[in-house]
Ligand binder design. Structure first.
Ligand SMILES: *[C@@H]1O[C@H](CO)[C@@H](O)[C@H](O)[C@H]1NC(C)=O
Ligand SMILES: *[C@@H]1O[C@H](CO)[C@@H](O)[C@H](O)[C@H]1NC(C)=O
Ligand SMILES: *[C@@H]1O[C@H](CO)[C@@H](O)[C@H](O)[C@H]1NC(C)=O
Length: 487
């Protein structure tokens, strides 16, 4: 038991025990100084669909893309400091060309129809009237607001090829959902579309996309144009392989040979594994980063996907995560599992603004109404404000802990959560050559999932030799910063 280490602490415990009902156990986790799970690239968010709705709101840009405090509905909100934005290349336009126009699912949700820059198939030239660069102003605006606040990694991604490239002209998917919806004579056009946007953005928006992703959950069979509520398109794995090759060629021919290709944004870890294993070496050789979505939550073989990526020398991102648990508990649980088993170098939330518990801030992208900042927002802030780009991710020693090391500041960041009974969590830094200074303050921040503390800061925790500890009520998520640490 921790308390036996210090006489004063024992007295304190007697007091605490009378006021805190369940101090039942404590746990010790040992932070490893020798792991290197990669250099952190950042936390991020996708811009579809919330930025189409709210892309002119500078207060929201401040909240999501800066770390300063912003007044929102009368309260001060600490910025979450996201540094990655995923820009969605839309698939919708409302023009008629040669008698053809977009087919829309009867269940389509308007806020999820994203503008396509390429209006018809008459010309591939971006300066021709087949292209409109004035559309999608709100999403483009949020992209530039994000950049102005320090976001520095941008990805261009597609949920569906533009409607006229699709077999049924419906950007919500094929009829039935389980078959390819990109016409075979348009495989290369889909690549032309994305490469042209990347080239145009570099020249005209001041945005250099680090990577381009042509698919979204492509092997899933739910992209059904007859019932869909959003853009989506099924691609079988061999079609993905063809489009990946086309995309490499089209990027290269536009002077974008250093633009990375990411694939395949499958829905789960296990689907990412099976797609990767079937893509074939020609295509995998052209993929620079494996993107996977986190919708398998606590399930799936994160560890196997990491092994595949690292043995192939590929980067790995959790490029899309979301759920309806506004308390933050699911987010924290799954993010911690990602750090410990998937080892992504970036982690990207799906909708910053949404209803039903999905948003970091509650809101309605159709009615254009905004609600409260979710407790999930504060839970994510415990990570995103402290685990910053350039830090080395370490093994926190347990499924409830992550650690990150800032070598230039000689600072160790630890984030941990407690889902058990209220207890002390002890952090053992004895593997570090310099584990901080005994007696030194360890600044601490706390968010209580559900309700309670929202990123509250405390100055009450001190190093004791090479250890420190903190009391965690059930559902507490805490962040610590230890100074003067050397690996
Ligand atoms: C326009 O449609 C007609 C009739 O379907 C077709 O023969 C022709 O090739 C189309 N032209 C273009 C430019 O797509
Ligand atoms: C705004 O703040 C007021 C006062 O705290 C609160 O009653 C109201 O619910 C908040 N509105 C939103 C949309 O969060
Ligand atoms: C930690 O998570 C892994 C992966 O989900 C799981 O296999 C393992 O049982 C967990 N360990 C504990 C102690 O819960």
């Amino acid at each position: 038991m921790k308390q036996a280490m210090n006489g004063e602490w024992l007295l304190g415990l007697a007091l605490i025990a009378t006021t805190m009902p369940t101090v039942t156990a404590d746990l010790t986790t040992t932070i490893s100084s020798t792991t290197n799970w990669g250099t952190w690239e950042g936390f991020g968010v996708s811009l579809a669909w919330w930025a189409k709705a709210f892309g002119t709101r500078t207060d929201l840009a401040d909240i999501f893309f800066s770390t300063k405090s912003t007044t929102y509905n009368g309260s001060s909100v600490p910025g979450i400091g996201l540094t990655i934005a995923r820009y969605n290349a839309g698939a919708c336009s409302w023009n008629t060309y040669n008698g053809s126009s977009m087919v829309v699912s009867p269940d389509m949700i308007t806020s999820r129809q994203m503008d396509s820059f390429w209006l018809d198939w008459a010309s591939t030239s971006p300066s021709s009237s087949s292209w409109s660069w004035s559309v999608d102003a709100n999403q483009r605006n949020m992209l530039s607001l994000a950049k102005a606040r320090g976001a520095n990694i941008f990805e261009l991604f597609s949920n569906s090829p533009t409607w006229w490239m699709c077999i049924n002209h419906n950007p919500s998917g094929s009829n039935g959902g389980s078959s390819n919806n990109l016409q075979s004579w348009n495989y290369d056009q889909h690549a032309v579309y994305l490469a042209t946007i990347a080239e145009y953005a570099a020249s005209n928006w001041g945005v250099s996309f680090q990577s381009v992703e042509a698919f979204n959950e492509p092997v899933s069979a739910w992209w059904n144009g007859e019932t869909g509520t959003q853009e989506g398109c099924h691609f079988d794995v061999s079609t993905q392989a063809t489009v990946i090759g086309d995309l490499r060629t089209e990027l290269n021919s536009r002077g974008l040979s250093s633009t990375l290709i990411a694939a395949s944004d499958e829905n789960t870890y296990d689907l990412a594994i099976s797609t990767w294993n079937s893509l074939g070496s020609t295509a995998t050789g052209k993929v620079d980063r494996i993107n996977v979505h986190g919708y398998q939550y606590t399930g799936g073989r994160r560890d196997t996907l990491y092994s595949l990526a690292s043995s192939a020398g590929k980067r790995l991102w959790n490029s899309e995560y979301g759920e309806s648990d506004a308390t933050g508990q699911e987010l924290v649980t799954n993010l911690l599992l990602d750090f410990r088993w998937l080892h992504p170098t970036a982690w990207v939330y799906w909708q910053a603004i949404d209803g039903g518990g999905w948003g970091l801030i509650d809101g309605d992208n159709d009615d254009l109404t905004l609600g409260a900042v979710s407790q999930k927002y504060y839970a994510l802030a415990q990570f995103a404000r402290h685990i910053r780009p350039g830090m080395q991710i370490l093994d926190g020693g347990s499924n409830y802990t992550v650690a990150a090391y800032d070598s230039s500041a000689q600072k160790l960041v630890i984030v941990a959560a407690n889902w058990g009974s209220a207890q002390y969590l002890n952090f053992d830094l004895s593997s570090f050559s310099s584990p901080g200074v005994s007696g030194a303050l360890v600044p601490r921040w706390n968010t209580q999932v559900g309700s309670g503390d929202q990123y509250a800061s405390y100055s009450d925790t001190y190093m004791s030799g090479s250890k420190f500890w903190s009391y965690f009520p059930t559902g507490a998520v805490q962040t610590f910063e230890v100074s003067n640490v050397s690996l």
